[in-house]
Design a protein around this ligand. Sequence first.
Ligand code: GBH
Length: 457
Amino acid sequence: MKKFPTDFVWGAATSSYQIEGAWLQGGKGLSIWDAFCHTPGKIKNDDTGDVACGHYHRFAGDVKLMAEMGLQAYRFSLSWPRIQPSGQGRPNPEGIRFYSNLIDALLAHSITPWVTLYHWDLPLALQMEYDGWLNPKLANFFADYAAVCFEVFGDRVKNWLTLNEPWCSAVLGHGIGIHAPGRISSDEPYLAAHTLLRAHALAVEKYRIQFQPRQKGRIAITNNCDWREPLTDSEADRQAAQRAVEFFLGWFADPVFKGDYPAVMRECLGDRLPHFTDAESALLKGSADFFGLNHYSTMYAAHTAKAVNTVHGNNGTAEDQGVVLSSDPDWEKTQMEWNIVPWGFRKLLQWIDARYDSPSIYVTENGCAMPDIVENGKVNDSRRIAFLDGYLSAAHEALAAKVKLQGYFAWSFMDNFEWGEGYSKRFGLHHVDYATGRRTPKASAKWYAEVIKRNGL
Ligand code: GBH
């Protein structure tokens, strides 16, 4: 039996655009994802989140399913345009009522809400009128929006995440254009990232000054990072792997924990990488009460003098890094073609522990897409169980190595809109029949319920 610490938090996660639907209901404004999905050719099968899992209407039943599996914590995100339809100004009471009811339902079932303020669904008006995250003003709009949320939900929400995976907003949204707002550029990822980081810092400042003293919650950012293992043990490849992780996670975590971008990024990018003022740097440093991490996969990294920007792996910043990525043919893959390498998770957790001075870490997403089949009303997703068992065993090894891992959220509570892949990929512990909206707990949901009950594997 692999026991986890007594106060370990067991949860599952979702995000607003991926599950809510009701895109034109309840006074909601449009987001950049509404616009992106309604642009033909952007999403597989031209799927959209218009209806998604219909969670906006079915949230009460969903919370019951969470309670049935003994979930201790549920991580979800707020749709900014449901709260502020044009991204600024007076909040929309219906949007606030929806999330307020969801929070109350969770608390009534003793499930702790973990709320992400931004999981990519930017109000479309801020994109059209201001160029979105390319405009430094967005940081102030975000902080004002965050304050609205702290004000109305902070009496009951004690665990806040500002941004989900700003790497994705920067690189997928502004580098290779496969996510909204669909921009393709080699410089814009660094500009968008800079505003995102400043936005995070300003929101945290508001929380710390105006709300945290009486609400007594905690706040952080959650970053994604896949592990990069040196292809060979040559010095050049070891440095390339280290550089790749610094370009991936250090890009966002160094400013938050150390106050500035990694030195290696400055060396590679010069003034293409924006600069923080001293005041910004001071505000950023220490702007997280814990380390939020989303982790999915691993690749090999090797040094190269002439990297080319392929879309896979380092997603258009290969040239800037001088790194070429590759896979091991022996590694099993998920339906996303992502490598299943549990030891990469352990190594990443240890890397974070070493670089950021042993922070408390919460893994706010980990999971996989598998080709699930419904048979006689059941989904026997044994490969997902094996994935979760493998990654949780690796987490357990990290704990044994004194990494301060304090919680784990499976991605995802239920099948949902998988961004560019539309509904073709299923990550859920619950199966969703999109024609009827019916939810069916998969075998993995029952397995995970046992893990939670035993607090171990
Ligand atoms: C998350 O992003 C999102 O937060 C969530 O909304 C989404 O549904 C979920 O994951 C599943 O996609 O071949 O080693 O380079 C995931 C970010 C970035 C993770 C790219 C996998 C590629 C692996 N992803 N990464 S690799």
